[in-house]
Design a protein around this ligand. Structure first.
Ligand SMILES: [Zn+2]
Length: 114
């Protein structure tokens, strides 16, 4: 259940920001989810609907989810390429000496305060 953990992380993080900035309402929260992360966006939305009712600040807050492109770096030719299309093998030099630089994480991208 990565998704439920993610939702609680979002709630905790945004609540702290709200207290620090003396905000009381948030219209929407935009969450970027890496396209090769194991998080399923539909589950996030479902859990959000469930979790937000128990919060102080987020009763009417919409959770928006954006995909974050996965990018892999090739140590052989120093190039970068889209992970989803080519996987672990570099499309330029066909080396397998590659690693993912972004795309398996999630970030809070934007908070729209009211
Ligand atoms: Zn390469």
């Amino acid at each position: 259940m990565h998704e439920l953990g993610t939702i609680y992380y979002v709630i905790d993080t945004v609540e702290k920001l709200m207290v620090e900035n003396e905000l009381t309402k948030v219209a929407s929260i935009t969450l970027e989810v890496g396209e090769v992360s194991t998080i399923i966006p539909e589950y996030l939305t479902d859990f959000w609907e469930y979790a937000r009712k128990k919060t102080k600040y987020f009763q009417d807050t919409e959770l928006k989810i954006e995909k974050l492109k996965a990018v892999t770096y090739c140590q052989n030719c120093k190039g970068t390429y889209p992970t989803l299309e080519y996987g672990k093998e570099c499309p330029y030099c066909h080396s397998g000496n590659t690693f993912l630089i972004t795309g398996n994480e999630y970030n809070i991208k934007e908070i729209e305060a009211m």
